[in-house]
Design a protein around this ligand. Structure first.
Ligand code: MN3
Length: 262
């Protein structure tokens, strides 16, 4: 981190909670098609410069976002050990390797959304680690200890419009997650004015130019074995079934509103 960056970050960190939240809210609109709440601490502060300094033109140093809840908060559905290793080891590694990859590729000053839009032009490390960094940031927010149940009125209507019933959406999403061969993700995205279920291999996401179905992510599930193997071993469908108990529908709704506004 150079001196100027350090001073800029320090200045942001010393702002009061309310003012800082506003900055974060404004900045995240610019840099994120989905509403990402990064912070797990009481004041709602974040230290993630990718959110605070979108498109600043200065080299970015991405930092591992804190989990928005304790490791054991999603039990019994997702166990504490899985959450700890998944966040502290896997997500940390993607974050570290993404920083190295964009530096090597000479694109450390580029907005992450612009990187995704042109990801096929860059070395595979940019795609794999950039997706790993970003997808996991979404994934922590897609779950909540107060999650589960059903989406609220407006989103529910949209789901029924696109899939017939909530149950048929649930089946479609679960099937996409269960049948994604090897490692990857299943997604609910807003694409061309409608909701679509899709899946991606590895750490690809629907914001990337290589995605089969492109759109704004509303909901996602990690189906890499590291996301479930400690508790569920080879029983991926059991993990997927448990995921429905922790889905943060308020966050999905916020993403839907954001996607509609774009
Ligand atoms: Mn993962």
């Amino acid at each position: 981190m150079n001196k100027r960056e350090f001073l800029k970050k320090s200045a942001l960190l010393t702002l009061g909670g309310v003012a800082a939240s506003n900055i974060i809210a404004k900045a995240s609109i610019i840099s994120n098609p989905v509403d990402v709440k990064l912070s797990g601490n009481a004041s709602g502060m974040t230290t993630n410069p990718s959110i605070l300094l979108p498109g600043s033109g200065e080299p970015k140093e991405y930092t591992l976002p804190e989990l928005p809840y304790a490791y054991n908060a999603l039990e019994p559905h997702i166990d504490a050990m899985t959450m700890e290793i998944h966040h502290d080891k896997h997500h940390a590694a993607y974050t570290k390797n993404f920083n190295a990859a964009i530096k090597d590729a000479g694109i450390a000053d580029m907005d992450i959304m612009d990187i995704f839009k042109n990801v096929s032009k860059y070395p595979a490390g940019v795609k794999n680690n950039g997706g790993g960094y970003y997808n996991h940031m979404l994934f922590w927010n897609a779950m909540s200890p107060n999650g589960g149940g059903m989406p609220k009125e407006m989103l529910m209507k949209e789901i029924e419009k696109s899939f017939g019933t909530f149950d048929s959406f649930k089946e479609k999403f679960s099937t996409a997650a269960a049948t994604r061969f090897g490692s990857g993700w299943a997604w609910l995205v807003y694409s061309d004015g409608k909701l679509v279920v899709t899946s991606t291999p590895n750490q690809d996401n629907p914001l990337m130019d290589i995605a089969e179905v492109k759109g704004h992510p509303l909901l996602l599930i990690d189906v890499w074995e590291h996301a479930y193997y400690l508790k569920y071993q080879n029983r991926r469908p059991d993990y997927i079934a448990a995921f429905w108990n922790v889905i943060n529908w308020d966050w999905v709704m916020e993403n839907y509103h954001r996607a509609m506004g774009m």
